[in-house]
Design a protein around this ligand. Sequence first.
Ligand SMILES: [Zn+2]
Length: 361
Amino acid sequence: MCKTHYNPIHCIIPPYMLTRLMESGNKKIADLAIKSNFRSFRFRNDRIFFQKASQYEKDILGLIAKQTGKEIMQMEVYDCRQKTDLIGATLLWDSKNNQKITSVAGKNVIKGGKASWDFYWQLFGRNSIDNKGLLIRQYVHFDKGMDNAYWDGRRMIYGDGDGLVFTSFTSDIDVIGHELTHGVTENEANLDYENQAGALNESFSDIFGIMIKQRYNNQDVKKSNWLIGEKVMIGPKYALRSMKAPGTAYINHPELGTDPQPATMDKYQNLPNTQSGDFGGVHINSGIPNFAFYVAAFNMGGYAWEKAGRIWYAVLTDVNLAQNAKFADVKNLTIAHAGRIFGINSPEVIAVRQGWLEAKV
Ligand SMILES: [Zn+2]
């Protein structure tokens, strides 16, 4: 286990975006970004605490994630009513009772949670995030105007957005799928959340997040626009990330500037392993493996999850994928698994090789 003193929580909004917003000339945006940043510290500390606590301590504190072992989706959705108290949140919906609800955010997370659970179960026989039937707990309307969504190691927490740059973080299925996939990664390769391994961690979340959305919307590789977070970011020209053309998800945004993601290895950004350096650019350099996946999936044609998704899932769950893996390791593993599944001289192997070639890895 290589655990450094950095132990970031998994959130959809990278530190460099919040930093830009904290410096905004618009006082409302700046104030809310400062609050969102503060919440990130809280969830990071919680996460460190949960990871360090012994099973006994977790038991005493009631912190053990409930594992049902049953092969049906089990989910609970809670409404925080714009407060920051998770324990005091109201149960809005649970899969046992399937209550009728009117909350849009609630409906969104039920839809995204179901789409994610179905994706992993129906395609890969994976029983929830941990493959042991983990009860999925989702918390909506956390705090007033919070600009982020988190997977804190045992549950999902969504803010409503500031209403100017971001709207509700429940708006996109790919964002929900992205966050839940962080849980899957944590239970499998447990990739370090720093440098290349961290960028791979982010990339696996984007890759499965986009496929969960594509499958829900019945989109093949040509029909999909390959954008992550196109609804949560306000304005028709903006999204959080583009897998098809990293670096173009938002251009000259009045508050956020231009998407800093590279698509190719020669543009890899060597950033410091600090909060302000996005822990070595985990949300920045993820553009490179994202682009490799896009090219591979596009060249295979059809639905991304049928071929490319199978290969990338085999890699994510391969015990040979090291916690501190680099891009080249994932390149080699995807080629090996494509060969094993589809044959060493198959078009799928050629497509995977082409993907990494175009990403210059
Ligand atoms: Zn993430």
